[in-house]
Design a protein around this ligand. Structure first.
Ligand code: AMP
Ligand code: ZN
Length: 455
């Protein structure tokens, strides 16, 4: 069955034919690790997890490479670490660990590679050197800038032209820029800031170059699908395209550009000042949204009820409905296995630009017609019904083996005291895989809760 995806660049649904079906390549922009991820950030995590699962189903798990980066050098990180009076590495490492707990709690498969920007400075410098050599970048006052005027097709993804951009409301233009739209590839680092030696002096990369470097390293000059939220189309993805295409002399960075729509909360834009800012962690472990914690699958189902390109309104009511649906499905399917193939209608709905609402409707049909094994296999393609019916029910009754969980938490604490970070991380990851989320603070683990069952 053929796959079709809406391509933001071509502005239409197109047949998806991988450049190499033996190695299907997907890149999704990951988090900047300065703070807890919010529920809006969960949308691309869940949407592209479903895409990853679908590609694995279609081309074979061993033939799909999914790269999602971690941005661990950025102005926001520097500012936040200074505010909190902690080392930058402490901030980025703890935030990365929290992020990985959150995505595990949402039932996402780990990507094939999760590269960190700071480990790829050499690749960034190599690309910038290529861009200078080909006349697409210039050095000015210890900065290196991309020369937008040197790329005639700049703006194709976001459908902007340069003149429009210059006439718009504009931020103050740095004097060393040749053109208003020119963007930073490399900038000088103050002595107190993280910095790396480069041909242009000690400095640090701009944000956009990070993704060009990491996608190049793991996926090559051109790859299949690049994803992220709508807000990344401009300037981030536009600039990634400019860098990669001009450095490598290619027409395309990715064949297909996929963008998820935005999430708002109870009808309003989510913001700290409105007091409706919800983190993934709050939902999984806290009591801040609807007065309780929610299982990861409830969050996932609530997210997938809306097509990924539509805006989504995140409401307590939708979570309650999603939970009722899961209760019914788990009760109907019980512990029946997933040894069947996913249902044809579910697969064909997903194959048509990830139509998850249609896939869920088809899944309903399978459950109510008694095709339980098929239903479970189909649900797995959506990252749902990943536990047994008994584990789901046990959680409802809070009938979990609390003593065993506490023992493993104690083991982890001992490992941390012995500074055995590898063992501590391993235990945390194993617990996360079993659906147990730890609440950590600087003094240790202060509590835990269940996100998925452990049956
Ligand atoms: P950021 O850390 O802001 O770069 O965001 C990480 C990812 O989450 C990007 O793909 C963003 O497009 C996406 N994202 C951020 N806010 C929202 C939102 N409210 N709704 C949907 N996606 C979002
Ligand atoms: Zn990116």
């Amino acid at each position: 069955m053929g796959l079709r995806f809406y391509d933001t660049l071509g502005r239409q649904k197109t047949d998806f034919v991988p450049l190499n079906p033996e190695r299907v390549r997907l890149y999704v922009c990951g988090p900047t690790v300065y703070d807890r991820a919010h529920i809006g950030n969960a949308r691309p995590l869940i949407v592209f997890d479903v895409l990853f699962r679908l590609l694995r189903e279609r081309f074979g798990a061993a033939h799909v490479t999914y790269v999602r980066n971690i941005t661990d050098v950025d102005d926001k990180i520097i500012t936040r670490a200074a505010e909190r009076g902690i080392a930058i590495e402490t901030l980025t490492e703890t935030t990365t660990a929290e992020f990985l707990d959150d995505v595990a709690g949402l039932g996402c498969l780990p990507p094939t590679v999760e590269p960190r920007a700071t480990a790829h400075i050499a690749e960034m410098i190599a690309i910038i050197e290529k861009l200078i050599a080909s006349g697409h970048a210039y050095q000015a006052e210890s900065h290196v800038l991309f020369d937008v005027a040197a790329m005639p097709t700049y703006g194709a993804l976001s459908h902007r032209d340069l003149t429009g951009m210059q006439a718009g409301a504009r931020v103050e233009v740095a004097s060393y820029k040749r053109g208003d739209a020119d963007f930073v590839l490399w900038k000088p680092a103050a002595a107190t800031e993280p910095g790396w030696d480069s041909p242009w002096g000690r400095g640090r990369p701009g944000w956009h170059i990070e993704c060009s470097a990491m996608s190049w390293r793991y996926l090559g000059e051109t790859f299949d699908i690049h994803g992220g939220g709508l807000d990344l189309i401009f300037p981030h993805h536009e600039n990634e395209i400019a860098q990669s295409c001009c450095a490598f002399g290619r027409d395309a960075m990715a064949q297909t550009w996929m963008h998820n729509g935005f999430l708002q909360v109870e009808g309003e834009k989510m913001s700290k000042s409105l007091g409706n800012f919800v983190t993934i962690r709050d939902l999984l472990t806290g009591d801040s949204f609807g007065g309780r914690a929610w299982p990861g699958e409830v969050l996932r189902l609530a997210m997938l009820r809306t097509h990924y390109r539509q805006p989504i309104d995140w409401t307590v009511r939708a979570l309650v409905e999603a939970e009722q649906t899961l209760d019914r499905w788990y009760a109907a399917i019980g512990n029946e296995g997933a040894d069947a193939s996913p249902g044809k209608d579910v697969v064909s709905a997903l194959a048509d630009d990830l139509n998850t609402p249609a896939a869920l409707a088809a899944l309903h049909q399978l459950v109510s017609s008694g095709a339980h094994a098929e239903a479970r296999a189909s649900a797995r393609l959506l990252g749902l019904l990943q536990e047994t019916g008994s584990a789901w029910a046990a959680r409802k009754q809070a009938g979990v083996d609390a003593a065993a969980i506490e023992a493993r938490i104690a083991e982890r604490l001992a490992a941390r005291r012995a500074k055995d970070w590898a063992a501590s991380d391993r235990i945390r990851d194993e617990l996360a895989r079993d659906g147990i989320l730890l609440k950590d603070n600087k003094d240790g683990t202060t509590g835990w809760s269940l996100s998925r069952g452990h049956g």
